[in-house]
Design a protein around this ligand. Structure first.
Ligand code: FES
Ligand code: FES
Length: 192
């Protein structure tokens, strides 16, 4: 019997016992957690459709957010971390997250299949980078592919989101979340 995996799904605490070590985060989200907002494209780490964000506390009590491909991330790697998907971005007042609102305003989505992945990569960038330049935005979003919109409006949206508010609900809860994760993690951290 293996130790339970404990993590935050958005802000909700989850504990999974006897997890299948071969189950990916994408499979778990779509088949067990009933959260199908994260999409499956290539299922081999190439297209970015499955992008989720994993938050992990640093030594200073802040959260480091990383965009990762859920199709190649295995469930046990979530222990002591926060898993954030496109389902969790709605703000407390019901508004879209700046990353989502900017994509709407810049017409950065057509069929929408790639959009949750772009949103999550932009969400991580929103937290990690302060108004990066166009080249840096291109580099950050290089792992997300779009087959129908064209990239210019998506890159425009990644610039625009910084004009749509200063911080979000995740920023407001950051120190509380760091404390919760530290308590969940205990001494047996598994690193992604
Ligand atoms: S589904 Fe394509 S990178 Fe995961
Ligand atoms: S909006 Fe269709 S693949 Fe990007």
């Amino acid at each position: 019997m293996s130790d339970p995996i404990r993590f935050l799904l958005g802000t909700s605490e989850r504990e999974i016992r006897d997890a299948d070590p071969n189950m990916t985060v994408l499979q778990w989200l779509r088949t067990r957690a009933e959260q199908p907002g994260t999409k499956e494209g290539c299922a081999e780490g190439d297209c970015g459709a499955c992008t989720v964000v994993v938050g992990e506390p640093d030594t200073g009590g802040r959260i480091r957010y990383r965009a990762v491909n859920g199709c190649i991330l295995f469930l046990p790697a979530l222990h002591g971390k926060q898993l954030i998907t496109v389902e969790h971005l709605r703000q407390p007042d019901g508004a879209l997250h700046p990353a989502q609102q900017a994509l709407v305003e810049c017409h950065g989505s057509q069929c929408g299949f790639c959009t949750p992945g772009f949103v999550m990569s932009m969400f991580a960038m929103y937290h990690n980078e302060d108004r990066p330049g166009r080249q840096r935005i291109q580099d950050v979003l290089a792992g997300n592919l779009c087959r129908c919109t064209g990239y210019r409006p998506i890159l425009d949206a990644a610039e625009r989101m910084y004009d749509l508010g200063d911080g979000d609900a995740f920023s407001a809860r950051e120190s509380e979340t760091a404390q919760r994760l530290t308590a969940l993690r205990g001494d047996d951290t598994l690193h992604v």
